[in-house]
Structures are given as C-alpha cells and as structure tokens.
Design a protein around this ligand. Structure first.
Ligand SMILES: Nc1ncnc2c1ncn2[C@@H]1O[C@H](COP(=O)(O)OP(=O)(O)OP(=O)(O)O)[C@@H](O)[C@H]1O
Length: 445
C-alpha cells in the first residue's frame, strides 16, 4: 500500500477508525483503530476497491460522488465485516492532501450502538457465516424474511439479529407466537379491540401490529396461524391498515415482517393448509437456519461462550476437558443449540471444581421407537396418529419431553425449567406434539 509520510501521520493521528481512498477509488491506508474495530488487517484491504466493506456497493458510491464534487459528507451506512456481522456506521468523508497536493478522500468511521450481546450469533463455521451473511444482507433491506429451521436452531435469535442490525433497530421488536393464537384470539391480539367489543373486553387494547409500529413484527411459527384468519393478516400487511375489533375506524401501522417456521410452508401451501398469497407475502427473502449437527465446528465456540456466561453469573471460572468436548462433538442434538445449552448448564451444575468432564455430560439416548412403546407419561398421552407424521428429530424431542413430564409428574413449570425454556415455549411444544392431558383442549393451549 503506497503511503506518504504526511498521509501516514494523518491517519495515525485519528482516534476513530479511519481510511484513505485515492482518486482511483482504491483504499490506500487504514489506521490501527479501523483494523481493531472491524477485525480487518490492513493487508487485506491493500489496494482494495473502496466499497469493499459496503453492504450494497453502488456504481455511484459516495467515493465517486466525492471525487466528482469534492464535497465533504456525513452519512450512515451498513458495513459488512469479514465475519458476516453487519454494522451500522456513521461515516464522515473529507478531502486530505499529500505532500504534492494530490487530493485524497479521508473517511472517519464510527460504529453505531454495537448490538447487545443478547443477539450475538456465535459460530465461525462456513455454514454459520453463510447464513449470518444472509441475515445481515436482509437486515439492510425492508423485505419480508422467512426463517426456516428446526426447533432450537436459533430462529428467534436470528429474527432479533435482523431487527437489531436494521435501520429499525431503535423501534420495537414484537414477537407474535402464532401457536397460541386460537381462531377467537387472532384478531384481538393482532389488531386490538375497543372497550365492549365482546364479552370480557373491559377496556381498549392495543394490538401487536400497532405495538410494532416503526419496528419489526416477528411472526413465530407462522405455519400455526389458523387458515381462516390468514386473509386478515395478509390484508393488514399489504395495506398497513387494520381495524381493531369493534372499532369503526381503521388504523395504520408501519412494520417490517420477519416470520419463522420449523415446518415446510411450501408443502403446507401445496396441501392447502397455508394460503399461497400470504406465503408469497412473507417469504420474499427465505433463509434457512441449519441444524447444529451440520455445523459441529461451532460447538467448541458455543460451549466456550456458554461457559463464559455461566462463569459470569456464578463468579467462578468454568472449564471443559478435551475428552468432554470430544463427547459433545459426537452427539446429534435434535434440540439443537437449546439442547447443547441445557447439557452444558446441567454439566456445570454437576461438575466438581468448575471442571466439565466426560462423566458430567449426560446425553439422552432416545429413539423414535420409544415413543411408540410409551403411550403414557404421567397424565400425558402421545397421539399414535401423530407419531407417524413426526420427523425423527421431532420424535426424539417429543420423547424427551415425555420422559421429563413423567419424571416431574406432569408439572410443566418444572419441565420448562429443566429444558431451560419458557413455559410459553413448552406449551407450544406440548401443543405441537399433542401431549395434552386427556380431556384438555388443544385450542386453549
Ligand atoms: N448461534 C447461536 N449462538 C448463541 N446462542 C444461540 C445460537 N443459536 C441459538 N442460540 C440460543 O439457543 C436457544 C434457542 O434459540 P432460539 O429460541 O432462537 O431457537 P428457535 O429456532 O427459535 O427455537 P423454537 O423453534 O423452539 O422456538 C436460545 O437460548 C438462543 O439464544
């Protein structure tokens, strides 16, 4: 990277990430702060075309405009880091001169509000980098994203990641759990209601669509939305207008939609169980969140991260032995990252001297056949017709839940705690696997 003493000292003097671009739109120089903040080495950028970091390089980019007009500028852009992370960045561009009065562009970059660690997607495998890149790309747009993946693979985390990296990050992120929306509830939950709209409507209620105004609406397990209610949602999403139950006037909302499903929605459409028009509305940018067993390289990093979390809350430093990690690498994780997390938390609780060994790691040895052989668990019962339709992975999860229900004598709160999931998520799973007590209505779940 040819540099002149003047440009080098100028860039060293900058406290914030800084780079210099020449009139051929090539990056000439980056400072240490940029290397550190963006995880880049200056050698990687040497002579690189200027917009290499930009999410959507444009033919008439800010660098070209600058060399045409020589006007300083200040703007916000989404930059993509080599690890696929998207960063909203405030960029200020201004002219700088070298010893021979040649004009260059100096750019000072400031990362805006790094996302809270909650929405950090851990994993450096090529598979994870690929879907993270897709998430980052979708974040910079307004299109509707459909996330598809197995339970516990990280769909909700991915949706939150999209929101936090999008221009709507300062707005609300509202989760709609479609598995608990019975036909009667859909309208009032989504659109709200006015006082007296129906028996029990004691006051006005703002719907989730309105709560998500200027933010992101996350439609979780959209495949479970009752068919009869889908046209109403479609209309609201298409027009931005909706009417609360019992209201005379329509209201307006401005939401960006991210949906998720563990089911193949395309297949549901073909079977007439999901509306085609709604499918096309929500699935503009489909992204698959792969199961953990196809990205096992992420396991050590995930485990390390989980141990750091546990260490931070407990105040003691937890470690894992190599043979324990090897054991973890051999398992298939039907419950994906959620299951890995449960295994690690349980092992940590059983460990001595904060050291996780192969002995403290308990992996379930379950199979689909056990479900068929195990028709009851405490008060819970497996629907034999459903067993036929479950995927092997769902079977294992259902079997595991059955075991826990039996162990805890049907006490759902305790089962949810053992699984480290909310009762709401457990409810959804019980409903999905039809593990309700005899006589209990699925609708009310
Ligand atoms: N790449 C990841 N890095 C760190 N944590 C992760 C990652 N992916 C998932 N997790 C964690 O695993 C757990 C399950 O993830 P999440 O709830 O997003 O899965 P899901 O696909 O929405 O599951 P479900 O379909 O059952 O609702 C959460 O605690 C989440 O934070």
């Amino acid at each position: 990277m040819p540099q002149t003493p003047l440009l080098s000292s100028l860039s060293r003097a900058q406290r914030h990430p800084f780079l210099i671009v020449d009139a051929d739109f090539r990056i000439r120089l980056v400072n240490r702060a940029l290397e550190a903040s963006f995880g880049l080495r200056s050698a990687d950028l040497s002579d690189c075309l200027c917009c290499r970091l930009d999410f959507a390089p444009q033919t008439d980019c800010r660098h070209r405009r600058f060399f045409r007009d020589l006007e300083p500028y200040s703007e916000t852009q989404t930059l993509i880091l080599p690890n696929g992370e998207a960063c909203r960045t405030q960029i200020q561009g201004f002219p700088v001169l070298d010893e021979e009065s040649r004009i260059y562009l100096g750019e000072s970059l400031r990362l805006l509000k790094p996302p809270p660690s909650k929405s950090v997607i851990v994993g450096s495998s090529a598979t994870t980098q690929t879907f993270k890149k897709a998430l980052a790309q979708s974040a910079a747009t307004e299109v509707s994203v459909l996330l598809h993946g197995e339970t516990g693979a990280g769909k909700e985390l991915a949706a939150e990641y999209i929101h936090r990296h999008s221009p709507r990050a300062a707005g609300p992120f509202v989760i709609v759990d479609c598995t608990v929306l019975s036909e009667d509830l859909v309208e009032s939950e989504l659109f709200g209601h006015v006082k007296g709209a129906f028996t029990g409507a004691a006051g006005n209620k703002i719907g989730l669509l309105e709560l998500a105004d200027k933010g992101t609406l996350f439609l979780d397990e959209i495949g479970d939305l009752p068919l009869s209610q889908q046209p109403k949602l479609l209309r609201a999403l298409e027009t931005g207008h909706f009417r609360p139950v019992g209201a005379t006037k329509t209201r307006r909302t401005n939401v960006r939609v991210v949906s998720a499903s563990h089911r193949d929605l395309g297949a549901l459409v073909q079977r007439g169980q999901f509306r085609e028009d709604l499918f096309y509305r929500i699935a503009v940018f489909p992204i698959t969140i792969p199961p953990l067993r196809v990205r096992r390289e992420d396991i050590p990093e995930l485990v390390e991260n989980m141990l750091l979390e546990i260490s931070a809350t407990s105040g003691a430093r937890y470690r894992i032995r190599k043979e324990a990690l090897r054991k973890l690498l051999q398992y298939d994780y039907p419950g994906n990252i959620r299951e890995l997390r449960n295994i690690i938390h349980l092992s940590a609780a059983m460990s001595q001297d904060q050291e996780i060994t192969a002995e403290t790691i308990r992996l379930p040895e379950l199979g689909a056949s056990r479900i068929a052989n195990c028709p009851t668990a405490g008060h819970q019962r497996m629907d034999p017709n459903l067993v036929e339709t479950l995927t092997p992975i769902e079977s294992v999860e259902a079997s595991y839940i059955l075991d826990l229900l039996r162990e805890h004598r049907g006490r759902r709160k305790e089962v949810a705690e053992r699984l480290s999931i909310s009762e709401r998520t457990l409810y959804r799973k019980l409903k999905r696997y039809r593990l309700n007590s005899p006589g209990e209505s699925t609708q009310n779940d």
